[in-house]
Design a protein around this ligand. Structure first.
Ligand code: 13P
Ligand code: SF4
Length: 328
């Protein structure tokens, strides 16, 4: 068997479960082989968020997971170069935690509607309006916003971090729906912000109810960025890793994942025998990445795709991330 054929076999063993044909895998094999070769040559690692397409996740990624887990993996990696196939705030977080490594993002358009909707000045204004209230920032924020915050959190540890504060009034930025969900869960008075995730904001409660009626016993897992009326209908509200753990350890076989489609794709390949009922949408930012864009990064290490942060901002943002690690 030649190298291309062997690579096509490897790809097909995962992608075949998602309906990819053998000939499609053969067509992709030269591209994945070249990326794998360049990774070795440049001592690079590819981190891929669970919302990335299956060709990236199963074809070339060294680590996959949520934004928190990926950053932890990044700090443990011996690679000199990290290619973060995700969105900009995730690549920035990896850079803050790994200042000596070179961190690249394949697409310059991979932003996030949450992170793009709040500035450092907005955080300073919130502090002036609510003196004494600690600022908890979701990881979906820029390095500048993290630098103005007391502590960072992710979807999987937000409840624990907010509950750890003695204060009753907490500023939580930037996701307004997540702030409302956290107020319900923690009983705290949460001062939120107006930002919304373009994927989760439009999950429709009526459709969720209709699916629950059609498939009695289905387990509904909602991302914390969903509207509270949707979260109330779910068996679990949390981040993508919480959802993955729930599915993999559950005796149930049918699930409705209220999040980006990439997660169901990943779990469809990973959790054989489990069924995922479709009601997902694509994140237009996450889907800007591609194998071709990753190849270009590894070939040229282009300056414009490298994450560079001013040292004082990175140092202050790191304090908020370190505090998160202490508290979670
Ligand atoms: P997770 O950290 O739960 O993977 O979420 C990231 C994200 O962007 C959710 O939309
Ligand atoms: Fe941002 Fe939502 Fe896309 Fe996640 S899914 S990167 S929160 S826009």
């Amino acid at each position: 068997m030649d190298e291309i054929e062997a690579e096509a076999e490897r790809l097909h063993s995962a992608l075949g479960k998602l309906g990819w044909s053998k000939s499609a895998c053969e067509a992709y094999a030269p591209l994945t082989l070249e990326i794998i070769r360049l990774k070795k040559e440049k001592n690079a690692a590819i981190l891929a968020h669970s919302y990335q397409t299956p060709d990236i996740i199963f074809g070339v990624a060294d680590f996959t997971g949520d934004s928190y887990g990926l950053s932890v993996q990044a700090s443990r990696s011996n690679a000199d170069v990290l290619v973060f196939s995700g969105v900009k705030f995730m690549a920035e977080t990896a850079k803050i935690l790994n200042p000596k490594k070179r961190v690249f993002i394949p697409s310059l358009e991979a932003g996030c509607s949450l992170a793009d909707d709040i500035s450092a000045e907005d955080v300073r204004a919130l502090r002036r309006m609510h003196p004494g209230a600690p600022v908890v920032c979701y990881v979906n924020t820029s390095a500048e916003v993290k630098a103005e915050s007391d502590v960072c959190c992710t979807s999987s540890n937000a409840e624990k971090i907010i509950s750890s504060f003695p204060q009753d009034e907490i500023i939580f930025i930037p996701d307004g729906f997540m702030a409302q969900n956290l107020a319900i869960k923690t009983g705290k008075r949460i001062i939120g912000w107006k930002a919304r995730c373009v994927v989760h904001q439009s999950v429709d409660k009526k459709k969720v109810m209709a699916i629950k009626r059609h498939f009695p016993g289905i387990k509904v897992l909602a991302h914390s960025e969903c509207p509270p009326e949707v979260a109330q209908e779910a068996d679990l509200v949390g981040g993508t890793t919480d959802m993955e753990k729930f599915v993999l350890s559950s005796p149930h076989s049918r699930f409705l994942l209220l999040t980006e489609c990439g997660l169901s794709d990943r779990l469809r390949a990973k959790a054989e025998g489990k069924e995922f009922v479709g009601l997902c949408s694509l994140c237009p930012y996450m889907k800007k990445n591609s194998l071709a864009a990753i190849l270009r990064i590894l070939q040229n290490l282009p300056k414009e795709n490298e994450i560079i942060l001013p040292e004082p901002v990175a140092a202050k943002a790191k304090r908020a991330l370190d505090r998160m690690f202490e508290l979670s």
